[in-house]
Structure formats: structure tokens, C-alpha cells
Write a new protein. Structure first.
Length: 78
């Protein structure tokens, strides 16, 4: 599985062009809950002290170009 990671100050976006979970499927709602779980597990390993909730923001099975999981980063007090 190949994922592109796009990052800015506010969020990380994991973009998976060939998501194995919804390859060849057509769904009305997104079908890659397992992908969200993978991202969540990866975050927990990389940053165990930070509590981040990944959210699926796009899915190929619903017609999106790629499956996308977005993690909104905590913003420090400014
Ligand atoms: Zn998907």
C-alpha cells in the first residue's frame, strides 16, 4: 500500500491512491475504516503522548480520487 503524506501547520493528510480496503468497491459511505485504524495505530506508535483522532475525509469507493485520512493537529495557545 502506498500513501502520500501531505502536511501543513494544521493537519496531516494521508492520501492513498490504491486503498486495498475499497479497491473495486462502490459505496454510499466511505469504506476504509480499517485505513483510519491503521493511521491511528501509526500515530500511537510515533507519538504516544499525543491524542489525535484521524478522520476519513475522502474515499475512492464513494467516487473520490483517492482515499484520504486527515489528522487535525492540536494548535498551541497563540
Ligand atoms: Zn476508501
Amino acid at each position: 500500500m502506498q500513501a502520500d503524506l501531505l502536511a501543513d501547520d494544521e493537519r496531516l493528510v494521508f492520501s492513498v491512491a490504491r486503498c486495498p480496503f475499497c479497491e473495486g468497491r462502490t459505496l454510499e459511505t466511505s469504506g476504509c475504516t480499517p485505513l483510519v485504524g491503521l493511521v491511528e495505530a501509526a500515530i500511537r506508535v510515533a507519538a504516544p503522548d499525543v491524542h489525535l483522532i484521524p478522520e476519513e475525509t475522502g474515499c475512492r469507493a464513494t467516487g473520490n480520487a483517492a482515499c484520504e485520512v486527515t489528522v487535525v493537529l492540536p494548535q498551541g495557545p497563540s
